[in-house]
Ligand binder design. Structure first.
Ligand code: GLC
Length: 478
């Protein structure tokens, strides 16, 4: 079976968040299951700058964006056995950053149409087009309504995966004609209309043959008003074609026993070497070197979704204890300033690295004791899975994929790979951190929790099989 991933970001070429990790690692897992998976994405400036030497030109076509007629070059490369295609148009993509431009609606309208049209140019006719998030939400819609009489596309089936319902790609009503040359008849509440505008996310939901989201819990949550971002009614309506498949992580990249970015590799049988990584981390960040002090870490985008405000409420109190706190991330300036301020005031206890640094991230996963993710909502979350793999114990709120991957420690049965709390409440987080501290000082129990954590399996093995059977099911739809 042939599957084409249409994505706005993908590791190693372009990454702004977890979406890129997933679109970067899932194709390989599917390939191992015998599927022919290829990926198409925009040729952003950073990709042409960095990968120019390995890209080869396939050809070019012209693509209509409403009344505009735009150039569309196609480049390709093979990496780790996967074929990648890149859509080249300097006007739309030769810029810094991937999103947040004034004309994102037009850029991704172009990309969506280009993803359909460029198939004429290549010798690969997919059975399934697998689209990810709002940037590619118009593809299933265009296939269903604009290209349905084009013979080439008759047998294509589509899957739309929601990685984060909060970002929806909502643009003014006029875009329908201006970018897609579609008439008013598509501006109806059961198709594209959303609060008087059009929504690319909604387009994907209404028209894809199947919708998936990235964890079973999030699949259920988004059908409620609180998580539904004003699309909960529609999602309830479409629940017959909505499933939740938990993401995996790339267990080769995130492997404490073979991680080149660490000074000391370890697994459960050599777990004492984790402490060496801890000292290394303390030294690198200029914190007091002491293996007994618990290190709490966060690696995160600094946005409201991530529950940063809960941390703000209680961090002072946590810092009363003998503890060190490390943050790595960037995002809203209010949160960035807050963590800088805390570092300034607690020089011996807090480090805030504002930005991103892959090497430091690995060192933090390996060198910390506790990993905090108190998200308000979390479609899947990958950081908690990585932390678990490195024997760093997660404290998470029971939402989305956090709920599906972390199971709270139970002292009666000795089961559990982390600590969880239920309500979006700062003191519940504080009590859970204090509960974790209690066990941290009981070395036997902590070792058992670490062992449970490192035994948890978050490879793509099971999830890739679920995608495969979904593809098979969708392929037979008439
Ligand atoms: C988004 C979600 C995150 C998920 C990732 C990959 O970034 O916020 O929870 O893990 O997509 O699916």
């Amino acid at each position: 079976m042939r599957v084409l991933f249409t994505v706005s970001e993908c590791v190693p070429f372009a990454k702004s968040g977890g979406l890129a990790d997933v679109t970067g690692s899932l194709p390989n897992a599917l390939k191992e299951n015998g599927l022919d998976v290829r990926v198409v994405m925009p040729l952003y400036k950073i990709i042409s700058d960095k990968y120019d030497a390995i890209l080869s030109f396939v050809g070019h076509i012209n693509v209509n964006v409403g009344w505009r007629n735009q150039y569309c070059g196609v480049y390709t490369t093979k990496l780790n056995n996967i074929d990648y295609y890149f859509i080249d148009n300097k006007y739309y993509f030769d810029r810094e950053g991937f999103y947040g431009h004034f004309d994102d609606g037009e850029r991704f309208a172009y990309f969506s149409t280009a993803c359909i049209e460029f198939i004429r140019l290549i010798d690969f006719k997919p059975d399934i087009i697998h689209c990810h998030d709002w940037h590619t939400g118009m593809i299933p819609f265009l296939l269903k309504y604009k290209y349905r009489y084009d013979e080439l596309y008759q047998d294509f089936r589509s899957i739309f995966t929601i990685h984060n319902l909060q970002y929806q790609g909502v643009f003014s009503k006029e875009c329908l004609k201006d970018f897609f040359d579609l008439g008013e008849e598509y501006f109806s509440s059961h198709l594209l209309e959303f609060n008087g505008c059009i929504s690319y996310m909604k387009a994907g939901i209404v028209s894809a043959d199947q919708i998936t989201t990235v964890s079973p819990t999030y699949r259920n949550e988004i059908q409620y008003e609180f998580f539904g971002e004003n699309l909960d009614g529609l999602l309830r309506d479409k629940s017959y074609k909505l499933s939740g498949i938990l993401n995996g992580i790339d267990t080769k990249i995130y492997n404490p026993s073979d991680d080149k970015l660490l000074k000391y590799n370890y697994d459960m049988s050599t777990i004492e070497k984790k402490v060496l990584n801890k000292k290394d981390l303390q030294q690198e960040l200029g914190l007091p070197i002491n293996s007994h002090i618990p290190i709490i870490a966060m690696i995160t985008r600094l946005t409201c979704q991530k529950g940063i405000e809960l941390v703000q409420h209680i961090l002072h109190e946590v810092l009363q204890e003998d503890v060190q706190f490390i943050l790595l991330g960037s995002g809203d300036s209010e949160y960035e300033s807050y963590f800088r301020y805390m570092e300034m005031n607690f020089k011996n206890k807090v480090r805030a690295y504002i930005g991103f640094n892959e090497e430091l991230a690995h060192k933090i996963y390996a060198g910390s004791d506790i990993f905090v993710m108190p998200s308000l909502f979390e479609p899947c979350g990958l950081a908690q899975m990585i932390a678990l793999r490195y024997g760093t114990i997660p404290i998470v709120r029971e939402t989305g994929g956090l709920n599906d991957s972390v199971c709270s420690y139970n002292e009666l049965t000795d089961e559990g790979n982390g600590f969880t709390f239920h309500n979006y409440n700062a003191h519940e987080l504080l009590f859970t951190i204090k509960r974790a501290f209690r066990y941290y000082y009981d070395k036997d129990i902590w070792r058992r929790i670490m062992s449970n954590a490192m035994d948890s399996d978050f490879s793509w093995y099971c999830s890739a099989k679920q995608y495969k059977s979904l593809y098979e099911q969708v392929r037979t739809l008439v």
